[in-house]
Design a binder for this molecule. Structure first.
Ligand code: GLC
Length: 526
């Protein structure tokens, strides 16, 4: 997200130095939850999670947009990679203002991706191959085209208070309504939109087309529980909770958020112009998520619950709260974005900064919980571009062999790079909003371009005449087929590592860092 594309300095751990052999026991990571008999060593602890961005994976309908059948056709490929969980970014009904993160029906498949039958077939085919499937739950907001919002606009009960509505705080000299407070949308500009019909503002922490649901309304909580049940009853293996920190806002909507004073943010329309103590991480959010955990724990098999919390490294204590406690677990893990947050350039990468990043998570994680390692996703510059092409294999190796669950973004197994996308070809609203001069600071299109399967036209992503985002020009040499055929390659390395990490030793024992210097990062598992 735009809030995270900022530079950040690594806090080096001055105590680290050459030849320190520091042991970290990870037996505790395996400890059984006392209050949940079912919780053994769950399947997701042994698995690698692979994120598919459906629009960009494989198009079977020649319209230039990836689809469900395309994903199903590549399940054998995913299985051959040795991953265990396929996480699909949203494929639900959506006007696609935010490419599926604006949902107009939480329990329907968008026709651009296929049908419910296509989804059922995908799930069955994945399960037949021993793969689990996880999808996004996007609870913070719906599309403004969702029936609930349309009925809320019309004040039709019980939908009247399904969204966060507020009266104007006053009117200016020419009669324009003034919003209740100074809140800014994550994508930029005011977070409030006036609606003539209701003579009220509604809150949108993302796009205007993504009105915030009102989780202080118990009926909304029930609706979202029903959405979870719908998909899990179909056989889904878990959910990735989107933008969870935004779920609930302070009750008193006249509360302004403080200025951040960040010298790098001069534009008052930028999210970083303010800090966000009243729109993020409210205590009620954890209570609501805890209910989702309880709901999932009623199913006989373990269901995975992952939470997207924040990219702000300063908020590590807040992030850790989303694990819950041993007695009252919440998420199986909040995503560990420290490899994204701490590394913005090749020069940020040193033995010290890597060690700091690894230990920062392990040292702050609550007792009995399980780590995870994320190198990239659909909101962030790819690792090859951010941390260096020459480091991709080493970074994959590092995350695949550390204690915990690694998360791979599609294309990272071959070292795909960001793609230049001109303003004219840009699709991502979070970039386009800023116009031709600034769109590249915020656009997420470069990391969302089509999967590079082979060196045929459009990289084997589609048999149609074009693709929704341009294919990276390097596809001719950087593609799956080429790397499969080579003696040595990123993908071959990746497969060897996923095979290696199935060994029992990777799920217990100790972790130590024998040599750490500026140039060397090393660790041992024993
Ligand atoms: C999350 C998603 C991002 C989306 C936003 C709004 O951060 O990862 O892609 O734009 O939520 O739903």
């Amino acid at each position: 997200m735009s809030e995270s594309k900022k530079t950040c300095t690594i806090r080096e751990n001055s105590k680290s130095g050459p030849k320190t052999l520091e042991k970290r026991g990870i037996e505790a990571l395996q400890s059984e939850s006392k209050c949940n008999k079912k919780k053994k060593f769950e399947w997701w602890k042994r698995s690698v999670i692979y994120q598919v961005y459906p629009r960009s994976f494989r198009d079977t309908t020649k319209n230039g947009v990836g689809d469900i059948k395309g994903i199903t056709s590549r399940l054998p490929y995913l299985s051959s990679l040795g991953i265990g969980v396929v996480w699909l970014s949203p494929i639900f009904a959506s006007p696609m203002a935010d490419f599926g993160y604006d949902i107009s029906n939480f329990t329907a498949i968008d026709p651009i991706f296929g049908t419910m039958e296509d989804f059922d077939n995908l799930l069955q085919a994945a399960h037949d191959l021993g793969l689990k499937v996880v999808m996004d739950l996007v609870p913070n907001h719906s599309s403004d085209e969702h029936e609930w919002f349309q009925k809320s606009l019309a004040k039709e009960d019980p939908y009247t208070d399904y969204y966060v509505w507020s009266n104007a705080s006053g009117f200016d000299e020419v009669g324009n309504p003034l919003p209740p407070n100074n809140w800014i949308s994550v994508f930029g500009g005011p977070a409030w939109k006036w609606v003539e019909g209701r003579q009220q503002f509604y809150l949108h922490q993302f796009l205007e087309k993504q009105p915030d649901l009102n989780f202080r309304n118990p009926a909304v909580q029930t609706e979202m529980q029903n959405v979870i049940k719908f998909w899990i009853d179909k056989g889904l293996d878990g959910m990735r909770i989107d933008a969870i920190k935004h779920l609930v806002e302070v009750e008193d909507l006249s509360t302004d958020e403080p200025l951040s004073g960040d010298p790098n943010v001069q534009d008052p329309n930028e999210y970083g112009y303010l800090t966000h103590p009243y729109t993020t991480n409210q205590p009620e959010t954890l209570d609501i998520m805890r209910q989702w955990r309880i709901l999932l724990d009623q199913y006989p098999d373990s269901k995975l619950l992952m939470a997207e919390v924040t990219y702000s490294g300063e908020e590590i204590d807040l992030v850790m709260k989303y694990y819950g406690t041993e007695e009252e677990p919440i998420a199986d893990f909040p995503f560990n974005f420290n490899f994204i947050d701490n590394f913005h350039n090749r020069s940020d990468v040193t033995g010290f900064s890597l060690k700091f990043t690894v230990t920062e998570w392990l040292d702050n994680m609550p007792a009995g919980k399980w780590p995870n390692w994320v190198l990239g996703n659909h909101d962030q510059t790819r690792i090859a571009t951010r941390m260096g092409k020459d480091l991709v294999e080493a970074l994959n190796m590092m995350t695949l062999l550390l204690p915990g669950t690694p998360v791979t973004y599609y294309g990272e197994e071959i070292g795909m790079e960001d793609t230049f996308v001109s303003f004219e070809d840009s699709q991502d609203p979070s970039g386009c909003i800023w116009g031709p001069d600034r769109y590249m600071e915020f656009s997420r299109d470069p990391e969302r371009t089509p999967m590079q399967w082979d060196n045929s036209t459009l990289a084997g992503f589609t048999d149609g005449p074009s693709s929704w985002l341009p294919v990276n020009e390097n596809y001719v040499t950087l593609n799956v087929a080429q790397q499969e055929a080579a003696d040595q390659s990123c993908i071959k390395n990746y497969k060897q590592l996923t095979t290696l990490r199935k060994a029992e030793v990777f799920f217990s024992g100790e972790l130590a860092f024998p040599v750490i210097t500026n140039e060397i990062f090393s660790y041992v598992r024993f």
